[in-house]
Each structure stands twice: as C-alpha cells, then as structure tokens.
Design a protein. Structure first.
Length: 284
C-alpha cells in the first residue's frame, strides 16, 4: 500500500511585506518566499531589507526551528524562479539604489544573517537560481531542487562578482575547479548537474518540492535544538575565520551561562562577595 504523505502545513501570514511573504506553520516551521515572480524574484534593496527583517524575526522566535526559503511562482508566463539575483533595473553606478537613491549592496547583510542564524535554513529551489540568487541558495544549510531548477552565475557577463561567500564558499562546496568553471564560463546547470557537484542535497519533482522540504524540516525538528545550533556554528567555524569561531564560541558561552559555575560568577558579583568555584572539578 502506498504510504499517505503527511499533510502540508496550514501556513499563516506572519507579517505584511511588499516583496516577500513570511509565514509560519504554528509547529516549528517558517516559510520565507521571495515574491516578485514577474521579475524572476530578483531582489532590490527593499526586498533584501524585508528578508533581513523576516529572518531576524525567525531568530527571535524560540518556537521556530527550521525555515524554508523559496521563491513564489510561477510567473504569469508559467516560469518558476527561486531568485535571479540583484535587480539590474535599480542598479545605479555605485550599487543597487533604494527608494531614496542611496546605493546599496545590502544582500551581504542578508547573507551573514542566513549564515549565522542558529536555526536550519532549507532552500527550496524551483526554476532559476542565478547570480546573487544562486549565492543565497548556496548559503542555506540544505538545498532541495525541483527537477526544473537551473543554477548559474552571470557576474562576469553583467559586470559584477561576489568574491565573498559566492566564490570562496562555493569552492568549498563544489571544489575549486568547478567553482572557477561556474564563475569564469557563466554556464547554466540543471538540477541533476547540481546534485552531481554537491550543490544541492536532493532533486524532486516540482509538485513534490514543498512536501519534501517540509518532511526534511520535520526530521530536523525532532532533534536537539542545542546540538543543531552548535553543529551549524561548528560547520561555519571551519570556513568563516574569526567570525565563525565567534559564533561557535558564542554557543559555548550560552551553554556555560546555564551551568552553576557560570551562575556563581554572576551571583558573587551581584552579592558583592568573592566567587566560590570550589565545588567544580577540573575535569579531564
Ligand atoms: C533568470 C533568467 C535566466 C530568466 O530568463 P527568462 O525566463 O527568459 O526571463 P526574462 O525575460 O529574462 O525575465 C523576465 C522578466 O524578469 C526580469 N528580470 C529577470 N532577472 C532580472 C534581474 N536580475 N534584474 C532585473 N530584472 C530581471 C526581466 O527583465 C524580465 O522583465 P521584463 O519582461 O519587464 O523585461 C534571466 O532573466 C536572467 O538571466 N536574468 C538576469 C540574471 C542576472 O544576471 N542577475 C544578476 C547577477 N548579479 C547579481 O545577482 C549580483 C548581486 C549580488 O548578489 C552581489 C553580491 C555580493 C557582491 C556583489 C554582488 C554583485 O552586485 O555582483
């Protein structure tokens, strides 16, 4: 007998935005969707500002453990996109222009927020993940691709490049040779090629993408939140230099705060006495 697939979440809107949708399931999941399908979900400064806000709200909500990050679609012409990168129509001479005309590259802020979010972010990629959109999917902890997914870089063709996570972390994920090929040749790669090079975790039929993402998310949610957040920080520490070590150390500090030893230091200060750590062994 074919197993009955688990029901999809009853998503509830968790905020009013212009360029994105932010929804929660009420049982541990959030879904953040780029919502400019007619622009292939390209991001302008406002889009990024809204994404940063939604991800920060996820950070501050202790009931949420996993975020599904995706692109709304399809567009009216039937084409799906995760994200086609920076909106070239608002690209001024010094950056992406916000409503007041200030040049910005605020997607770098978003990259760091996703990277250091102490929760699991799963990219659900249907259709195009191009340019800065490909980098956003790369920065998610896990990535599931629909069979129609298309990945690629265009920077050297459209006069830009992402020399941070977009180059260095890509090389960590797919290897130096493939990363150089992706950037230098600006080719497109289908879902099967992306899976073969380790760019995504799995490929599923388009109609199953959300259900699969929810299933993966629910598996994560069964596990220890502290173990997961420490592991994420540990993976980042291996690649992110002192900023990564700071994250991992921050997790250790959070755990230390919860010990009687950590609390004795605080209590002694507040009680204006010398701290007494004598009950704590110097363990091997
Ligand atoms: C995605 C593509 C391949 C889809 O092709 P298709 O299906 O033929 O659709 P189109 O007719 O081309 O597009 C439909 C409508 O959507 C608009 N549109 C699509 N992409 C963009 C975009 N990126 N910006 C603005 N508009 C976009 C089209 O214009 C069209 O609208 P209408 O009908 O009104 O004309 C194809 O669309 C494509 O190749 N898109 C461009 C992909 C691209 O080059 N993206 C930019 C790459 N660069 C970045 O993302 C850099 C940003 C960045 O993250 C960054 C980060 C760190 C450091 C530096 C940077 C940096 O700036 O480089």
């Amino acid at each position: 007998m074919t197993p009955v697939p688990p029901p999809l979440p009853n998503w509830t809107s968790a905020g009013t935005y212009t360029d994105i949708r932010f929804e929660t399931s009420g049982d541990g999941l959030a879904r953040i969707s780029l919502n400019r399908p007619e622009k292939r979900n390209a991001f302008r400064p406002l889009t990024v500002q809204e994404l940063c806000d939604a991800f920060n709200r996820v950070r501050d909500d202790p009931s949420i453990g996993v975020v599904l990050f995706t692109g709304a679609g399809p567009a009216a012409d039937g084409v799906w996109s995760f994200c086609a990168g920076g909106d070239q129509s608002v690209r001024g001479d010094g950056g992406y222009l916000d409503d007041s005309g200030l040049p910005r590259l605020n997607v770098l802020d978003l990259q760091r927020i996703i990277r250091s979010l102490p929760k699991v972010v799963i990219a659900l990629v249907a259709g195009y993940a191009i340019g800065g959109g490909q980098v956003l999917h790369l920065l998610c902890d896990l990535s599931l691709a629909a069979e129609n997914a298309v990945f690629g870089q265009t920077g050297p063709r459209v006069g830009s490049f992402d020399g941070g996570f977009g180059a260095g972390y890509l090389a960590r994920v797919v290897g130096q040779r493939k990363a150089r090929e992706i950037w230098f040749l600006c080719r497109r790669y289908d879902a099967a090629q992306a899976l073969a090079m380790g760019l995504v975790n799995a490929v599923v039929p388009l109609e199953d993408l959300e259900r699969e993402g929810v299933a993966w998310a629910r598996e994560v949610l069964q596990h220890s939140p502290t173990a997961i957040r420490c592991l994420k920080a540990a993976f980042n520490a291996e690649t992110d230099g002192l900023a990564g070590i700071q994250e991992l150390a921050g997790q250790a500090t959070h755990l230390f705060y919860r010990t009687s030893e950590g609390q004795e230091g605080r209590n002694a200060f507040l009680e204006k006495r010398d701290p007494d750590f004598s009950g704590n062994a110097w363990l091997p």
